[in-house]
Design a protein around this ligand. Structure first.
Ligand SMILES: Cc1cc2nc3c(=O)[nH]c(=O)nc-3n(C[C@H](O)[C@H](O)[C@H](O)COP(=O)(O)OP(=O)(O)OC[C@H]3O[C@@H](n4cnc5c(N)ncnc54)[C@H](O)[C@@H]3O)c2cc1C
Length: 269
């Protein structure tokens, strides 16, 4: 749930939206909606396949006027959260601020967690290391005017593009800004700096648009787990917890449920 500011305007550069199915997460989302932070965006996406364009209707996709990151910030209100600290190493019997920690939670993609674990933490390393993740590049493209007529589009069987999202309608300010998520195959071949021209050209060709006025690209080395996880979280005898969207189908709701269930297990035992 990442929001970047480009030319003074925010765009969502991580998750494109979120969906809701469990009553527990629905209650959290209702709090965001009541606070004016989140709103129902659309249930209909365009689909581009080899046969041309069609539409598909699915679950309601939710968006946030202030960017999805604003929702995370709201969840953290009132908690003792320290940002800007990079965890470098997790030892057996970890200490936090010099105090022995009862448990540690690594709520991040498994490959990032593995890098932090002391070799003695073999059970946790096995659980985190079993995850395989795929990369993606996310380009934010600004145009002179808004000429497309979809909110989001799934792009099938394309060498560069996987999803296109109308950030102006998503964020509610009507800006002529598209956010393009690339395929893992394209992201494996290009870094963020080299990818902008190729993504711009692919969008231009697909939608018949002029060249974008501005293209900003971020790279996610671990964008999507390759396959759904079987358990909702990991918490073994080493008392190092692993949570996130690899522990179910890869989406925001899964990450929230995974973290919440892990927290209950930590507090319960
Ligand atoms: C391109 C993209 C598109 C997506 N689209 C959708 C979508 O449309 N709908 C949907 O529901 N979901 C989508 N997702 C998935 C969604 O973003 C995730 O499910 C969700 O963000 C997972 O949340 P998390 O808190 O588990 O992990 P993350 O959001 O990955 O958070 C992990 C955090 O750990 C921090 N961290 C990592 N290592 C360290 C360290 N050593 N020290 C300190 N901090 C560290 C990171 O900086 C990060 O803040 C998408 C994801 C991506 C990348």
């Amino acid at each position: 749930m990442a929001t970047e500011s480009y030319g003074g305007r925010r765009a969502d550069t991580g998750a494109g939206y979120f969906t809701v199915s469990s009553p527990e997460f629905a209650a959290v989302v209702e709090g965001w909606r009541a606070a004016g932070l989140a709103r129902e965006w659309t249930d209909t996406f365009a689909v581009r396949s080899r046969d041309g364009w069609s539409t598909t209707t699915g679950p309601v996709r939710w968006a946030a006027a202030g960017g999805l990151r604003s929702l995370v910030r709201q969840l953290a209100e009132g908690l003792d959260v320290r940002t800007g600290w990079e965890v470098g190493h997790v030892d057996p019997g970890p200490r936090v601020d010099g105090v022995a920690a009862d448990a540690v939670v690594l709520a991040m993609p498994g490959p990032q967690a593995v890098r932090l674990l002391d070799p003695a933490l073999a059970e946790t390393a096995r659980a985190a290391g079993a995850q395989v993740w795929l990369p993606s590049l996310v380009a934010t493209l600004r145009y002179p005017e808004r000429t497309w007529d979809f909110r989001g589009a799934f792009v099938n069987d394309h060498p560069v593009l996987a999803t296109l999202l109308d950030d102006g309608s998503r964020r509610g300010d009507g800006s002529p800004v598209l956010v393009a998520h690339t395929t893992a195959g394209f992201a494996e071949r290009f870094d963020a700096e080299a990818a902008g021209a190729g993504i711009d050209a692919a969008v231009r060709e697909l939608l018949g648009l002029p060249a974008a006025l501005r293209v900003d690209v971020v790279r996610w080395a671990f964008a999507r787990p390759d396959g759904p996880g079987a358990a909702p979280f990991h918490f073994g005898r080493e008392r190092i917890g692993l949570a996130g969207d690899a522990w179910g189908s890869p989406k925001v709701e899964t990450a929230w449920l995974s973290g919440t269930r892990l927290a209950a297990a930590v507090l319960g035992g």
